[in-house]
Ligand binder design. Structure first.
Ligand code: IMP
Ligand code: MG
Length: 178
């Protein structure tokens, strides 16, 4: 794979290779398989960013469960906004269910706090969070994250579902802004 790529006006350098990413996803799936056995969880993948993580994760989840997809506010440019729109596409009842949010990245944590609050209105039994990436240094909320594939520093990254201005989601490796 290329070591340095350009997306629009920005240069990115190779940061985490597919092999490592998928190894870590397998480990997360393993934890889920043992923790949530018998709970028939509903995986709630957050579009667009989590599509690739969700696909890979679900291939490794071997316990019975369901997957559905929701959409939230979009992310513009390289800084997080506090504005979170409503949850779209939740057409599956989560009442009394074990819900696992499948997210691409937890940055400030604002999105996850808002989503959890929204989901609580539908009376789930419990809500867990599985994220591909977590930037601990950027966290501004008190948030329990149950499953983290990769902890990263506070850099802006693209690839494996994450975008810069809509581009780069298809990259199979993760790149960081130079
Ligand atoms: P939070 O609400 O600040 O935790 O931001 C979470 C959302 O911001 C994620 O779901 C991503 O869509 C987006 N985001 C945060 N950091 C990055 C990044 O480094 N690259 C691409 N998107 C990001
Ligand atoms: Mg997202």
């Amino acid at each position: 794979m290329k070591k340095v790529i350009t997306i629009r006006d920005k240069q990115f350098e190779l940061f985490i290779e597919q092999e490592i990413i998928e190894e870590r996803i397998k480990q997360v799936a393993g934890q889920i398989n043992s923790d949530l056995k018998g709970k028939d969880p509903v995986f709630l993948a957050v579009l667009n960013g989590a599509f690739m993580f969700a696909g890979e994760l679900m291939k490794e989840v071997t316990i019975p469960g369901e997957i559905t997809f929701v959409r939230l506010a979009s992310y513009h440019g390289t800084s997080t906004t506090n504005r979170v729109q409503e949850v779209l596409g939740l057409n599956k009842s989560i009442e009394n269910r074990c819900v696992v949010i499948v997210e691409d990245i937890v940055d400030s944590g604002n999105t996850m706090i808002a989503l959890k609050k929204e989901l609580e209105k539908h009376n789930p039994r419990e809500v867990k969070i599985a994220t591909l990436l977590f930037k601990p240094a950027a966290l501004r909320q008190k948030l329990q994250i149950d499953y983290v594939a990769l902890e990263i520093p506070n850099d802006f990254i693209v690839g494996y579902g994450l975008d810069y201005d809509g581009h780069g989601r298809n990259l199979k490796d993760i790149y960081k802004a130079k």
